[in-house]
Write a protein that binds this ligand. Structure first.
Ligand code: GTP
Ligand code: MG
Length: 457
């Protein structure tokens, strides 16, 4: 569990995950705080979702022992929640012996610090057993840090963490700037703050460079894949994307009943028949108010989604509010995929609904989303239905055209045999005429490159 609201510079930064995770007694006792605010408070607006926050705490290895919720017209500058609520929170923390408070809303560094002060009245703020206060963004960053498996994911998480810390660092250190200390750790004339900022700045630049290198390797790969039909599984975290991926492709991806089990994109080829195939990608799940730094940092991983020809939007039909989850996913998608993308809606986990509830759910949502599927990824039929729907879209994109190429370009005829189905082929002295079933996009690409191909009426 994350315990960090302390400025750390240089060396300690690299080890942040270790120290935050390492300290975590596995079941840190946690109290949740949420404030419902009017629309004008931007990211912090709306009703907080303490059930979801509880799931996040659970995923991070904590246990929820209590919660405090408040409706306010505006947050207070000093502690976000009102004074009375701080007292209520302190009492609950004491009664439950909690060591962590997680706020569903974003806190400013000062608000976090003031709350910690209020909750640790007589204690040294650095003492073991003190109560830490973090916000939802920090919690999500911590989960991402613990789940990152590949080098790319780790670099992306570190980038997001540093970007989150940088502005806080400034504020955190401001009261120390006047103090002496840190001899030998800084350059000439530098304050500790400047040293830390410089070190973080260098690290950020290096991370960005390394991520760019990884991304450019990927561009080469995607160029090679550009001809193929690309399908991305998207959806709220824990909806069952990886379960479907596994069942459809046999890929050994991680399936876990926790949030953000998947942080890396996995892509596998699925052969439909001898000539047709598609690429299926599983990627990071979305969530309501996904921290902006994370979306930015994970752009490379989410590239699979941006490049997809078809999205399969997986929804947990058994969740408390599927519509809310769909809306959250669409919001993140709008950011990643500028234009409307062909989408299949897949309502998953239908096995968790009673037969009556399942029927009512179908009636309601079948109308709303044409061609929506209602499946369970755990039975055999579910993944097959999803696969068939993808194949139907793939075939739907193909159409039959009549073409002519000069006999000197029989190499092009071979290309059509490879990328489409040649239904007819006839030759005269100068030309070869073909009837070909081919994907529209593929045909466009060839026509743009090869002036020798003539489309016949
Ligand atoms: N009952 C039931 N459980 C399911 C179904 N599909 C998935 N699950 C379970 O739901 C949990 C999450 O599944 P995942 O496939 O890891 O979900 P995900 O969408 O990949 O989640 P993230 O990678 O965390 O975003 C696992 O415990 C699965 O076994 C289903 O159709 N029915
Ligand atoms: Mg997954």
């Amino acid at each position: 569990m994350p315990r960090a609201r302390t400025p750390s510079g240089g060396e300690t930064l690299g080890k942040m995950n270790e120290t935050t995770a390492g300290k975590g007694d596995l079941h840190e006792r946690t109290v949740l705080v949420g404030v419902d605010l009017p629309e004008r408070f931007g990211r912090n607006a709306g009703d907080c979702d303490l059930a979801e926050l509880g799931r996040l705490v659970d995923t991070a290895g904590g246990v929820v022992k209590g919660e405090v919720r408040q409706k306010r017209e505006r947050p207070t500058a000093a502690t976000f929640i009102g004074k009375g609520k701080v007292e209520e929170l302190a009492a609950i923390v004491k009664a439950t012996e909690a060591t962590l408070v997680v706020c569903d809303n974003d806190l400013s560094p000062a608000q976090g610090r003031n709350l910690e002060k209020a909750l640790n009245p007589d204690e040294d703020l650095d003492a073991v057993g003190r109560v830490s206060v973090i916000d939802r963004t920090e919690l999500i960053l911590d989960i991402f840090a613990n789940h990152a498996q590949t080098r790319q994911a780790r670099l992306q998480v570190e980038l997001a963490q540093l970007q989150y810390m940088l502005p806080r660092l400034r504020k955190l250190w401001s009261h120390l700037e006047r103090q002496a200390g840190g001899i030998g750790t800084r350059g000439p004339g530098e304050t500790q703050l400047e040293t830390d900022q410089r070190i973080i700045g260098q690290r950020l630049a290096r991370l960005k460079r390394e991520l760019k290198d990884i991304a450019s390797d990927r561009i080469v790969q995607t160029k090679q894949r550009s001809k193929q039909f690309k399908v991305s599984l998207v959806g709220y975290t824990n909806a069952g994307k990886s379960t479907l991926m596994r069942a459809i492709t046999g890929a050994d991806v991680l399936v876990e009943d926790q949030l953000f089990a998947t942080l890396d994109a996995t892509t596998r080829r699925v052969d439909v028949d001898e000539r047709r195939r598609f690429l299926l990608s599983d990627t990071v799940g979305f969530i309501r108010r996904l921290p902006h730094n994370l979306v930015e940092s994970f752009r490379a991983t989410l590239q699979e989604v941006a490049e997809a020809d078809l999205l399969v939007h997986v929804v947990d039909a058994s969740s408390e509010d599927p519509d809310h989850q769909i809306a959250s996913v669409n919001k993140v998608l709008a950011d990643l995929v500028p234009e409307e993308r062909d989408t299949i809606m897949v309502y998953n986990k239908m096995d968790r609904l009673s037969p009556d509830a399942a029927q009512a759910f179908r009636n309601l949502n079948g109308h709303r989303h044409e061609e929506a599927l209602f499946v369970s990824a755990l039975d055999e039929k579910g993944p097959m239905e999803v696969r068939s729907a993808v194949v139907a879209r793939l075939l739907g994109r193909e159409h039959v055209v009549r073409l002519q190429v000069p006999l000197t370009r029989m190499d092009l005829v071979a290309v059509f045999h490879r990328t489409g189905s040649v239904l007819e082929e006839e030759h005269d002295v100068r030309h070869c005429r073909l009837a070909v079933r081919i994907r529209e996009q593929e045909l466009k690409r060839l026509l743009g490159r090869e002036p020798d191909i003539v489309v016949l009426p």
